[in-house]
Write a protein that binds this ligand. Structure first.
Ligand code: OGA
Ligand code: NI
Length: 369
């Protein structure tokens, strides 16, 4: 009998970041094609800071200034900054400090929260497991946050259940951070509603009880930052992103056919429109391509809160935004399905349907969120 030779055993790829970050050369999996390699010295994007506290206080001059700034920025590229936002700076500092503690743990410990293929939540590292090209130079932890009353402690419970009782304090910090982001995002929805002329309540009401995602992005230093990317070019498929980048900087936005950097300001949140809000605004406000570069000196961290509608919501623009000047945009057609039937069809929620469609259009531009 002829025996077939034994199949070669496929070893999962494991890159150890504690070694990799000091190596003069990097594995080819992390090297991006020439046309996608970063330009580390990009011109800065002048994004307007919006005085959010004065907008909320209702001072007429501040309201008109804020809505005008947001209107211009969102029609052009969808990025703006909010300052005087009312989120406790100690809470933000703690959220960064706990990121250092989490990502500083042994890989085996972080892998207790391992995100499985096809899942949205948990720990993911391109330094392990995924055998593919164009790997991003980062580790992430993604958490589900629900603003409805039944799931009010979901972040807290995740840490205790998945990571163990020793991680309870992590749960407390990120639960509190998500609640602050929920409040801020509903306030920003008032600003967007006022800027689009549909009134302050319209989008705020739409996102009550939202089912959102909190992601911690951790970018270790890299000795070849000009060959790789921390996060590849993509548009966020979700509704609104509220990002806090630390003092290091690395976020870039594609505007007027070139990449621009967004200067870090720890006092500010970077806010951007995602594909789902672009659809809700009938394409009037833009969701735009962005990415993150890394550097050879220091770790960079960002905290990203992705606001998403509650799962039973139908995502379509209000009739007042549809007229002869703005006929129904292609994006909104795509997601005029209700989430419940989309979930039944195995497509996930409607914002993911939009994500998929845009992904087909921009096949080379967008990695999975
Ligand atoms: C993201 C993202 C940019 C950054 O997480 O979707 O675009 O600066 N992050 O980390
Ligand atoms: Ni993004």
């Amino acid at each position: 009998m002829i025996m077939a030779p034994p199949l070669p055993r496929v070893q999962p790829l494991v890159f150890d970041v504690s070694i990799l970050q000091h190596q003069a050369s990097i594995p080819s999996h992390f090297i991006w094609p020439d046309h996608e390699k970063p330009c580390l010295e990009s011109p800065e994007l002048a994004i307007p800071p919006v005085d959010f506290g004065s907008f909320l206080a209702g001072d007429p001059l501040a309201v008109s200034k804020a809505t005008q700034l947001v209107n211009e920025a969102c029609r052009k590229h969808g990025f703006f900054l909010v300052v005087n936002h009312g989120v406790d700076s100690k809470l933000i500092a703690k959220a960064h400090e706990y990121m250092n503690m989490f990502f500083g743990k042994q890989l085996s410990e972080k892998q207790r929260a391992q995100r499985k293929i096809g899942e949205q939540y948990g720990y993911a590292s391109s330094f392990t497991g995924r055998f593919s090209s164009k790997l991003p130079w980062k580790e992430t932890l993604s958490l589900r946050y629900c603003a409805d009353n039944q799931s009010s402690d979901i972040v807290q419970e995740y840490f205790s259940n998945v990571m163990g009782e020793n991680f309870k304090q992590f749960g407390t910090v990120y639960q509190e951070y998500c609640e602050a982001m929920n409040t801020l995002s509903l306030g920003i929805m008032e600003l967007l509603g006022a800027s689009l002329g549909v009134g302050r309540e319209y989008f705020r009401d739409f996102f009550e009880g939202n089912d959102s995602i909190m992601r911690l992005n951790y970018y270790p230093p890299c000795q070849k930052p000009d060959l790789t990317l921390g996060t590849g070019p993509h548009c966020d498929p979700t509704s609104l992103t509220i990002l806090h980048q630390d003092h290091v900087g690395g976020l870039q936005v594609f505007v007027d056919e070139k990449w621009h950097s967004v200067r870090p300001d720890p006092e500010a949140f970077v806010v951007n429109i995602g594909d789902t809000f672009m659809a809700l605004s009938n394409g009037i406000f833009k969701s735009c391509l962005h990415r993150a570069v890394v550097n050879n000196v220091t770790v960079r961290k960002s905290l990203a809160f992705f606001l998403c509608p509650k799962l039973d919501k139908v995502v379509k623009p209000p009739n007042t935004l549809i007229d002869s000047k703005n006929p129904r945009a292609e994006e909104s057609e795509i997601i005029a399905v209700d989430n419940a039937s989309a979930v039944k069809e195995g497509l996930g929620s409607s914002w993911r349907v939009l994500g998929r469609k845009r992904q087909q259009k921009n096949r080379n531009k967008r990695p999975a969120l």
